[in-house]
Design a protein around this ligand. Structure first.
Ligand code: PLP
Length: 392
């Protein structure tokens, strides 16, 4: 696929071609664990990687390969690896960089399970992480130690929508010869392409906007050929977090409409954020598309649009937040995000329940914070639903 094609063309075509045997236009689901060779010599050559080919799905599968090509093209990366989930992408990517004795500098404002992995699991492997509570690159620099081998962050962050300066953190990493790893799940490559801003490696929960329909778990890592090859040979074959071919096919299918879904997600979210920010029962709205958001100007520079994740605090704390959750009719009370359907969740009791309360509060996840994943329904219906839910 020619690299100069525009994003929408790549979303539809990259990684996919008619089957050479049958002409099937859609990528088949290669629902096979194992692949036969013509003879023992060929089998040995494939196992020895002297010959390209497939042997066993944990080592590679054509449906997974098509998805790797597509996501790699959308992020503008040299190579990609797909994984069983977003957390599998995060843990696999980190394990590719970190060994016992190493140190990670990470943003404190992170998806809860990513924070938990860095905070609780790294020490079990003899490594450690320092969390930076601000979005300033200088504070990341101050946290660097002699054994720091990775800088890890997400922007916009889950669920408080902090915006971090991708270019500044990438430059910091380059200046100190430390790779930077970003979780690009909230933006998707349709809104933000961090490799083009100098970041070393990108991960995704493909469960979210890439799949887009709430029906398949998956993850992806995009980076240099050398690093992806290391993950293939040294991490994923041993830890085994590979994606199922069926889920790969669902995600391939979802991505073909990513460039069409995202503008509707984003314009719906902008209107909802504006509605909430003028509502007398709402204390605070976190959405980078609002001009008063501290990251608004930066988001304008590094994103094509402001995304479709919003969090807000209802006046009256936990009880008021719970009342809104219980009163919505169209929004589904459900975790996850990036679905065509609009979802509502209480972060402190769900995605961030593993984060100690004082640390939660320090990054703005107050007890009453409610997070919305704005879908692609008619926006007037979504606003009417929130309006009646707030009328108590
Ligand atoms: C920003 C972010 N990254 C990673 C993940 C983990 O993805 P998965 O649930 O596919 O493992 C999530 C899940 O909600 C997320 O919100």
């Amino acid at each position: 696929m020619r690299k100069e094609y525009q994003f929408g063309t790549l979303a539809v075509h990259a990684g996919e071609a008619p089957c050479l045997v049958t002409g099937a236009l859609d990528t088949p689901i290669y629902q096979a664990t194992t692949f036969a060779s013509a003879n023992s010599e060929e089998m040995a050559a494939i196992y020895g990687e002297q010959k390209a080919g497939y042997m066993y799905t944990r080592y590679g599968n054509p449906t997974l390969h098509a998805l790797e090509e597509k996501i790699g093209a959308l992020e503008g990366g040299e190579a990609a690896l797909v994984t069983a989930s977003g957390m599998a992408a995060i843990s696999t990517a980190i394990l590719g960089y970190i060994k016992a004795g190493d140190h990670v500098v990470a943003a404190r404002s992170l998806y809860g399970a990513a924070y938990h992995f860095l905070d609780q699991k790294l020490p079990r492997m003899g490594a450690s992480a320092t969390f930076v509570g601000t979005s300033r690159a200088e504070d990341f620099e101050r946290a660097i130690q002699a054994n720091t081998r990775l800088i890890y962050f997400e922007t916009p962050s889950n669920p408080v929508l902090d915006i971090l300066d991708i270019q500044a953190l990438a430059s910091l990493g380059r200046a100190r010869a430390i790779p930077t790893l970003i979780d690009n799940t909230f933006a998707s490559p349709a809104l933000q392409q961090p490799l083009r801003l100098g970041v070393t490696t990108v991960i995704h929960s493909a469960t979210k906007y890439l799949c887009g329909h709430g029906d398949a778990m998956g993850g992806a890592i995009v980076g240099s050929k050398e690093y992806i090859s290391l993950l293939v040979h040294e991490v994923i074959r041993d830890f085994g977090a590979i994606l199922s071919p069926f889920n790969a096919w669902l995600i391939l299918r979802g991505i073909r409409t990513l460039h069409l879904r995202m503008p509707t997600h984003c314009s719906n979210a902008q209107k909802i954020a504006e509605f909430l920010s003028h509502h007398p029962k709402v204390e605070r709205v976190n959405y980078p598309g609002l001009t008063r958001h501290p990251g608004h100007e930066l988001a304008k520079r590094q994103m094509r649009a402001f995304g479709a994740m919003i969090s807000f605090e209802v006046k009256g704390g936990t009880a008021a937040g719970a009342t809104v959750m219980d009163r919505v009719k169209l929004f589904a009370r459900a975790a996850s995000l990036g679905d065509t359907r609009s979802l509502i969740v209480h972060s402190a009791s769900t995605s961030h329940r593993a984060v100690p309360r004082d640390q939660r509060l320090a990054i703005g996840i107050t007890d009453g914070l409610v997070r919305l994943s704005v879908g692609i329904e008619a926006v007037d219906d979504l606003i009417a639903d929130l309006d009646q839910a707030l009328d108590f």
